[in-house]
Design a binder for this molecule. Structure first.
Ligand SMILES: CC1=C(/C=C/C(C)=C/C=C/C(C)=C/C=O)C(C)(C)CCC1
Ligand SMILES: [Fe+2]
Length: 330
């Protein structure tokens, strides 16, 4: 795996750029909150399956989805200078149009859509976890949450995706199992070399060991929720808070949460509007919630990833040596 690069801080700290976060027993308030959420999710694994699905989905919706709702704050500085007050329409119409196409794809070709969703997730999780310009580490880290459930809990994972795709799945599709074995084989070949060449930070090893243990010991949806709300979401938010160019107004975790609220509310409203459509073909409300949540997550992830690409393409390049000769240093 990669060498020492970004400082590791898996759980959100109260304020990244400004002030000193409140600390209790050496933990920041947000870290304490994340630890409590993690304990709650782990305990929810003891509940009957439907109830544990509900707990995991509740966490994914309330604590995980808001990181995608920050896309408005990323799009505004790109679009407002050119479109003025119309910027929100210019942002939201293609974003939601693309999402609607993905929801349609789940109805028309559920299994290819599932394959595309899983591939996009490996890319998105990997880029966020490994950081830019580290394709091998990104593949290995992004592949972990997708490959381990297939290898360690194939029946439970198939049960979940039979509900999501509405395609009977006595077992996982062979392509998923094959891809998971390929990931494991590559990891077994690459990781020992990487470990020898760049001894990893202890915190990164602890994260990977913790994740592997979660995907081994917990039901797959619970382990995924744990990864999504304590690692992926906070990491995405922290990256935006630290980036003064992509979302200039978002410079503390508190501001990030506030900025996410309007689009998060809109997302919940869209989910509520779609509910009757999804409930009509569904066995029970928990199954409806699972299908709607995962399909909407996938539908929003496509424009979410595209916007991330666009925003990094439009970011000004880092200052060159020549720049530093011409500009007075501050
Ligand atoms: C539901 C679920 C899975 C997949 C979830 C995925 C693929 C989520 C992707 C979310 C994204 C990309 C969000 C973007 O921010 C697993 C872990 C395979 C097995 C357990 C249940
Ligand atoms: Fe994300």
């Amino acid at each position: 795996m990669g060498g020492a690069a970004r400082p590791f801080a898996p759980l959100g700290t109260g304020s990244v750029r400004a002030g000193r976060p409140l600390r209790i027993a050496g933990l920041g308030l947000a870290q304490l909150g994340a630890a409590l959420v993690a304990c709650g999710l782990i305990a929810s694994a003891l509940l009957p399956r439907e109830a544990s699905w509900l707990a995991a989905l509740g966490a994914v919706i309330v604590l995980g989805v808001p990181h995608g709702a920050l896309d408005g704050a990323v799009a505004a500085p790109l679009l407002r200078p050119r479109y003025g007050r119309l910027w929100f329409g210019v942002f939201a119409l293609p974003y939601l149009g693309l999402s609607a196409l993905i929801l349609l794809a789940w109805q028309v070709t559920p299994l290819p859509t599932l394959a595309g969703f899983l591939a996009l997730s490996v890319l998105h999780f990997g880029e966020e976890d490994a950081g830019p310009g580290r394709p091998v580490e990104a593949f290995l880290r992004g592949g972990l949450p997708i490959a381990l459930p297939a290898l360690l809990h194939p029946e439970a994972t198939a049960d979940i995706f039979a509900v999501v795709t509405r395609v009977p799945m006595a077992q996982l599709p062979a392509w998923w199992t094959a891809a998971a074995w390929l990931w494991l084989t590559l990891a077994a070949i690459v990781v020992p070399f990487r470990l020898a060449a760049h001894p990893p930070r202890r915190a990164m090893l602890a994260e990977l060991a913790g994740l592997a243990a979660a995907f081994w010991l917990l039901p797959p949806l619970t382990a995924f929720a744990l990864y999504f709300v304590t690692l992926h979401g906070p990491r995405h938010m922290r990256a935006l808070v630290r980036d003064p160019v992509r979302a200039p107004g978002i410079d503390t975790m508190g501001r990030a949460v506030l900025a996410a609220l309007p689009i998060f509310g809109l997302t919940l409203g869209l989910g509520a509007a779609l509910w009757p459509l999804y409930a009509s073909g569904s066995a029970d409300p928990t199954a409806t919630l699972l299908t709607l949540t995962l399909q909407m997550l996938s539908a929003l992830t496509v424009p979410h990833v595209l916007l991330d690409r666009l925003a990094s393409r439009h970011a000004p390049p880092p200052p060159t040596f020549a720049d530093s000769l011409h500009r007075p240093s501050r």
